[in-house]
Design a protein around this ligand. Sequence first.
Ligand SMILES: [Zn+2]
Ligand SMILES: [Zn+2]
Length: 445
Amino acid sequence: MDELFYFQKAAEIPCSCGKTHHILTQKTIVDHSLLEQIPLVLNQLHLGKKCLIVFDENTYQAAGQKVETILNQEKYKAIPLLLSHNSSSQYLEPDEDTRHQVGTGLKYQPDFMIAVGSGVINDLVKFVAHRSHIPYVVVGTAASMDGYPSLGAPMLVNGYKITFEATPPKAIFMDLDVLVKAPLELLQSGFSDLIGKTTANSDWVLRNQLQDEYICHYSWDLVKEALHILWESADQIPQRKPEAVRALSIALLNSGFSMALVGDSRPASGAEHLIAHYLEMVSLSRGENTSLHGLRVGVATFYIHKMYQRFLKEIDTVDWEKIASPHPLRVNKKILQEKFGSLYPLVEKEATQKMTSPMVFTDSYKKPGFSNQLRQMISEKLFAIPDIEQALNRSKTPSTFEELGFSRSLVKDSFLFSRFVRSRITILDILDEAGLLEEYVEDFL
Ligand SMILES: [Zn+2]
Ligand SMILES: [Zn+2]
């Protein structure tokens, strides 16, 4: 599989979408025995010699200890920073406490920072490094998510997830000897997060066709390739075959690069992510367990994919005129206050906007052949993974919310109310405004 493409160095790409895209990460390497090569690459990047190396107990064992030793042997001054878990949650969270922990390391005035980990540790270091204007590199310990090269760092602020703009890493090191040893659950999380790109990109097409929102087909080409790899190698994930782990790592990197190209999460996050975020937010606010990000996304994708399939069959009967004109809504402020509880003030702005102003469409839906064209464009994204259930089963990844520990009533709420946390519209908005959402949810859930 040596032909798999990813951006191994920084790039400037004049694109048919009209933008010139920039990949800022100067070195991305996916390889065996990579940890030993890190000092050499750092020398080439001229980041300085004093670094703060951030890990938790798990990632210290996985790679942190070795990286620290290797750097000190090569005349770097590596200052270790061990993150400790907040006892109230099962996973390390990017919250006030962990941000503070990373921030305390700045007193050593490092020239640069090294994140050793995957999702949360990468996000935390990306966030703090950006805020303190110092560069960082990441040593990935699991192919569990696609945020390594992205320009965003999702943080919890008062229990609410906000994605902050942040500078991507100068280098990404994905050592396959480390990655194959990651807990299987993390691999499966990466796998099922990627599956969600089918529905995320379908939502993007919806907005492009109905609202003339900017779209970049090149970013889809990168993701499509990644999905193709994934569909092929699904069975090998549970066996942690190095080739499959490599393919998964590259697929995740490409999804991350697609976000870096576009400058936001549009190529990677749609209705399936809204549902995953809603479940996480509400569970955290109740002090309940959340499960892994990608696993939530994978199950949500399974349902959104089904909803899309039905929608495509019924598309000729959709009354676009009605959807885009003012009409009574299913929800009001009181209902949302009840559903979001203490989180409501944090979502109020977006929610109020969605409740008070009808969606703005261009005239495109009035053109003959609109439904057919939309159906065809969405199908191309949706069926890049031909069968979500089969993909999840082949990789032995959870395909029900029950397996992840969420109650049916919370899951139902996530489908009905998550659309109010973000202004970008998705299939959930279209169905809701068409008066179909509750029926669809009852049908599939
Ligand atoms: Zn995701
Ligand atoms: Zn483009």
